[in-house]
Each structure stands twice: as structure tokens, then as C-alpha cells.
Design a protein around this ligand. Structure first.
Ligand SMILES: [Fe+2]
Ligand SMILES: [Fe+2]
Length: 269
């Protein structure tokens, strides 16, 4: 059986997350025989919100094949034109039409076409996006004669909403991986009809932080309810979280999913 292995890395937070990613990606690729890398870059700017063209290029220079994103993609305006120019960086497909960029890309991996799709949930999310289930249906119609190897980065908050999309697409896509919460879940498995699933990949950044940000300001917000400025945490140790999925290239069915969580107590810069 011919297979392809794709690695998905959860939200990379700030320069801390970028350096952690860059330090480990080569060894991870080698250790797990990874054929392609997809990383969620929505928090990879220095402020931890958004991404710039320069940072997108940084990922492409460090073995990344596709960058996915989510609600924070719109934070840096510099990225708008870049989204239209570079098809390998995605924004959620179910933003209203007219938004810059695209939420679907088809790339070549080991001579096979592989589709990466980015969608955003609606439960506890501020943006009024189109129905992700119906958006997924029309994307699958678009991909029908292109490939049956299809992966979805589902950027959503609620576990129920994430499971709903996975079951909705079960047997129709190779994998659904969740992002956005920055907290890795331990529920990775291949669903009965051959769709690999994990509720959330987790994040890449400082371990003793809150979702990659310094915890003191966030604690103060919870205590006082006053607005606070979030700052990316740069302290050691660092974590890189994600999962790889192996897929049978002829059927598009996932045959394995394995969670990855690397802790680095050393220097990363
Ligand atoms: Fe995020
Ligand atoms: Fe997000």
C-alpha cells in the first residue's frame, strides 16, 4: 500500500513559537518520515496575533508546505494582498465572499494531489461566518474530480462543533484536525469510515504561559475584568504540539494518526 504522511502543527505563537518550530521541524520530519507539513500560523506574528508576509516566508523557508489560519488572520493588514498572491497560505474558507485569499489549496505530495482546507467554527466565535458544514459540502464538490486525499484544519472553540464536522465529513475526507484553543486534546483516532480526527492539535510556544501569552496579564483580567495587553511569553520551557496522519493514497482513507508533543527545556533562539 502506498501511503503519505502529513504533519499538522497547532497554532504557532510569536517569535517564541517560530523559533521552537524551526529548531525541531527537521528532526520531526526525519523521525516520523513526514512527507508534507501544514502549520497554523494565525498567531505567529511578534504580537501573537496575525501573520506578516515575512513570517509566512519564514515558514516556507523552514519546510512548511501549507500555512493555515483562523480568526486572527485579519490582524495584520500586510497579509491581505499576500493571501491573494500566495495560494499556500489559507484563511478560513467560510468567511463571506470578497474576503482576501482562499480557504482551499491543492498541492503535490510524492506525485499525488493533496487538498488542504481551512474552515472556522461559529460557536463562541465572534465572526459571523457561513455555515461550515455547507461550506465543506461545496468545497468537496469542487474537489470531486481533483483528489480524494483531503485534510481540514477546523479552527473552532467548541468540542461539540468540532466533532460534528468530523462526523459530517467522515468517510469523505482523510482527516479533520482542530485548532484555535491552543490546548492539545488526547482523543486522536481514525473514525470507522477512515477519517482521522483530533479535537485540537495544541500550540507551539512557551509552556508555562496561557495559550502562549504571559499569564500575569490574563490572570489580572480574570480578577478585575479590566482590559489588559497580551504579551507573548518568551520563557523556557517550550512546547511544540501537533499530529501526523498517514493516508492510503489510492482510497484517501486515513490509516493512522499519532499525536506529537515535544517539550524543550533548552535555548531556542
Ligand atoms: Fe490561535
Ligand atoms: Fe484562533
Amino acid at each position: 500500500m502506498e501511503t503519505i504522511r502529513i504533519l499538522f502543527v497547532g497554532d504557532v505563537v510569536g517569535a517564541t513559537g517560530r523559533e521552537m518550530f524551526a529548531k525541531h521541524i527537521g528532526a520531526i520530519k526525519q523521525q516520523y518520515a513526514i512527507d508534507a507539513v501544514v502549520v497554523n500560523g494565525e498567531n505567529s506574528s511578534n504580537q501573537g496575533r496575525g501573520i506578516t508576509p515575512k513570517i509566512a516566508q519564514f515558514f516556507f523557508d523552514h519546510q512548511v508546505d501549507v500555512i493555515t489560519s483562523g480568526n486572527h488572520i485579519w490582524y495584520s493588514r500586510d497579509i491581505y494582498a499576500y493571501l491573494d498572491q500566495n495560494p499556500r497560505i489559507l484563511r478560513p474558507a467560510n468567511f463571506p465572499s470578497g474576503a482576501p485569499g482562499s480557504g482551499v489549496v491543492v498541492i503535490q505530495v510524492k506525485g499525488r494531489r493533496v487538498a488542504i482546507v481551512n474552515l472556522q467554527g461559529r460557536v463562541f466565535m465572534r465572526e459571523q461566518t457561513e455555515c461550515p458544514l455547507r461550506a465543506a459540502d461545496s468545497i468537496l464538490t469542487y474537489l470531486k474530480d481533483k483528489t480524494n486525499i483531503i485534510f481540514v484544519d477546523y479552527h473552532a472553540e467548541a468540542t461539540s462543533e468540532k466533532m460534528a464536522l468530523a462526523y459530517y465529513l467522515e468517510g469523505r475526507v482523510s482527516g479533520v484536525v482542530g485548532t484555535h484553543t491552543h490546548i492539545q486534546t488526547a482523543d486522536e483516532r481514525v473514525l470507522p469510515k477512515g477519517t482521522a480526527y483530533i479535537t485540537d492539535l495544541g500550540m507551539c510556544g512557551s509552556l508555562n504561559s496561557m495559550l502562549g501569552m504571559q499569564k500575569d496579564a490574563i490572570m489580572s483580567h480574570f480578577l478585575t475584568q479590566l482590559p489588559v495587553k497580551f504579551t507573548v511569553d518568551t520563557s523556557s520551557p517550550f512546547v511544540l504540539s501537533g499530529a501526523w496522519i498517514e493516508v492510503d493514497v489510492d482510497t484517501g482513507r486515513a490509516i493512522a494518526i499519532e499525536r506529537i508533543r515535544i517539550i524543550d527545556e533548552g535555548e531556542i533562539a
